[in-house]
Design a protein around this ligand. Structure first.
Ligand code: GDP
Ligand code: IMO
Ligand code: MG
Length: 420
C-alpha cells in the first residue's frame, strides 16, 4: 500500500479538516505530519462544529487509528485542552490516537519567544499565531529541542536547562512576561500526553503499509506558507508541501500514492504578508461574510481575494498534485462575475511563473468568468450544478491540468459532492 497525502494549496484554511473527516471512512489510519496548534481544522456534522489543532481529523471515527507524526510540534498544554474538549463530546482519544516519540515539544518559553520576536519586529511582524511554532522548530533544527520521548526520562531537569537558555534569550529581547501564566497547565499537559501510546511512528506507519492498511496524511497550513516555497518570510516554520509528509512521517517518496490538493474557489490569508489578489472592497467583505472567514485558531478576520492561478499552478507543481478538491464554491454565489488571476504584471511585464518575491508593485492580470448566482448549499449531485459552475470547474481543470474530484458546497460533511 501507499500513503495518500491531502494538503492545502493556498495560505491555509482551505477546508482540510472537513475533507479529511469526509475521506476517513476510506482509510485505516490518519496522520498529521507537520505544524502544531497554529492549525485550526474545522469539522461539522450532526449539527456539531468542532475545531482540531493538534489531533488528526480522523479522531471522530472510533474505528480509525490516528497518528501524530514525528514532524509535528506538540504543546502539552494545548494538547490537553483538546483532549478535554473531545472527552466533553464523548470521544476518548486514548483509544485511537498514538504519538511519535520523535515529535518535538512546544514549551511555555517557546510561546514567550514567539511573542518577544513578533513584538521586536514591530510593523514587519509575521502575524504568527503566537503558539510557539517558530521557536520550537528553531530548537529542533538548532539541535536543542526536547521531544515527546524525553517526557519518559528525567524530563524536569532537561526542561529546566532549556528554559534557562530561553530566559536569557528573552532577556535580550527585553520582553516583559509572567512565566507562571505561560507555564499554567504544563504538568497536567505532560501527564495527559503520557496517557497515550508513545511510539516510533515511522516503524508503525511503514508496518501498516506492509500489512496493506491505507494511510491518509493530513497537511496543516498551506503551500504558500511553506518555509521553502511560501511567501518568505511571511510563512510558517515547517515544510507544508508533499515532501514534508515523507520527512514528517518517515515514509519514503516511493510510498506516496495520491496527492490531494485542496483549494478554496477564491483565496484567503490570515496574518501578514503579500497577497496579490486581495480585495479591499465590498466584494472582499462579501466573501468574508458569506464564507465566515474568521481564523479558526485566533478568530482574526481573514483577508479575502480572487483565486490566484499563478500561485495555484506553482503549488500543484511543487506538490505533484494528482487530484484537486475545490472548497467553498457556495461562497461565490452572490457574484455576477468571478475573476481569476492568470498572470502578474511586474514592472509592465506579464509573468506566469510564480516569482521570487511578491513585490508591492505587482498587479494581477484577471480573466473573468460568469457567476452562477444561485444557492449551492442544498445541491446533492454534480448533475445539479449550474452551468456557470460547470464551466468554472472545466476552466480550472484545463488551466491546472489536474481533475477536480471533490466540490464542497457548505461546511457540513453532507455538503460534499464527489465527482464521478
Ligand atoms: P482548514 O484549516 O483547512 O481545516 O480550514 P478551517 O477549518 O480553518 O477553515 C475552513 C472553514 O470553512 C471552516 O469554518 C469550515 O467549516 C468552512 N468550510 C469548509 N468547507 C466549506 C464549504 O464548502 N462552504 C462553506 N461555506 N464553508 C466551508
Ligand atoms: P491551518 O492548518 C492559516 C499563518 C499565521 C502567520 C504565519 C506564521 O488551519 O490551515 P505561525 O504561528 O505558524 O508562526 O504563523 O502562518 N498560519 C496559518 N494561516 N491557517 C493555518 O493553519 C495557519 N498556521 C499558521 O497566520 O501568518
Ligand atoms: Mg484552519
Amino acid at each position: 500500500m501507499k500513503a495518500d497525502v491531502l494538503l492545502g494549496l493556498q495560505w491555509g484554511d482551505e477546508g482540510k479538516g472537513k475533507v479529511v473527516d469526509v475521506l476517513t471512512p476510506k482509510y485505516d489510519v490518519i496522520t498529521r505530519f507537520q505544524g502544531g496548534p497554529n492549525a485550526g481544522h474545522t469539522l461539522e456534522f450532526d449539527n456539531i462544529k468542532h475545531v482540531l489543532h493538534n489531533i488528526p481529523s480522523g479522531i471522530f471515527h472510533a474505528d480509525k487509528m490516528n497518528v501524530i507524526g514525528n514532524g509535528v510540534v506538540l504543546d502539552p498544554i494545548s494538547f490537553k485542552k483538546e483532549v478535554d474538549g473531545l472527552r466533553a463530546r464523548g470521544v476518548d482519544p486514548t483509544k485511537n490516537l498514538v504519538i511519535s516519540k520523535k515529535a518535538h515539544l512546544i514549551l511555555p518559553t517557546h510561546r514567550v519567544l514567539d511573542a518577544a520576536s513578533e513584538a521586536s519586529k514591530g510593523v514587519t511582524k509575521i502575524g504568527s499565531t503566537l503558539k510557539g511554532i517558530g521557536p520550537a522548530y528553531m530548537d529542533k533544527t538548532g539541535r536543542n529541542g526536547l521531544r515527546v520521548g524525553d517526557l519518559l526520562d528525567n524530563f524536569d531537569s532537561k526542561y529546566e536547562a532549556l528554559k534557562a537558555k530561553h530566559l536569557k534569550l528573552i532577556e535580550m529581547y527585553g520582553f516583559e512576561f509572567n512565566i507562571e501564566e505561560y507555564e499554567a497547565g504544563l504538568q497536567e499537559g505532560i501527564e495527559a500526553i503520557k496517557q497515550f501510546r508513545l511510539v516510533d511512528s515511522e516503524n508503525l506507519l511503514n508496518n501498516y503499509l506492509l500489512q496493506g492498511k491505507s494511510i491518509l496524511a493530513e497537511g496543516a497550513q498551506g503551500t504558500m506558507l511553506d518555509i521553502d516555497f511560501g511567501s518568505f518570510p511571511f510563512v510558517t516554520s515547517s515544510n507544508t508541501v508533499c515532501a514534508g509528509a515523507c520527512t514528517g512521517m518517515g515514509i519514503a517518496p516511493t510510498k506516496i500514492g495520491e496527492v490531494f490538493g485542496i483549494f478554496k474557489a477564491y483565496c484567503t490569508r490570515v496574518g501578514a504578508g503579500p497577497f496579490p489578489t486581495e480585495l479591499f472592497d465590498a466584494v472582499g467583505d462579501n466573501l468574508r461574510k458569506n464564507g465566515n472567514e474568521f481564523g479558526s485558531t485566533t478568530g482574526r478576520p481573514r483577508r479575502c481575494g480572487w483565486l490566484d492561478l499563478v500561485a495555484l499552478k506553482y503549488s500543484v507543481m511543487i506538490n505533484g498534485v494528482t487530484r484537486l478538491i475545490m472548497m467553498k464554491s457556495d461562497v461565490l454565489s452572490d457574484q455576477d462575475v468571478i475573476k481569476v488571476a492568470t498572470a502578474y504584471k511586474i514592472n509592465g511585464k506579464e509573468v506566469t511563473d510564480f516569482p521570487y518575491e511578491l513585490t508591492d508593485g505587482l498587479e494581477p492580470v484577471y480573466t473573468e468568468l460568469p457567476g452562477w448566482k444561485c444557492d449551492l448549499t442544498g445541491v446533492k449531485s454534480e448533475n445539479d450544478f449550474p452551468e456557470a459552475l460547470v464551466q468554472y470547474i472545466k476552466y480550472l481543470e484545463e488551466a491546472l491540468n489536474v481533475p477536480i474530484t471533490i466540490v464542497s458546497v457548505g461546511p457540513d460533511r453532507e455538503q460534499t459532492i464527489v465527482r464521478a
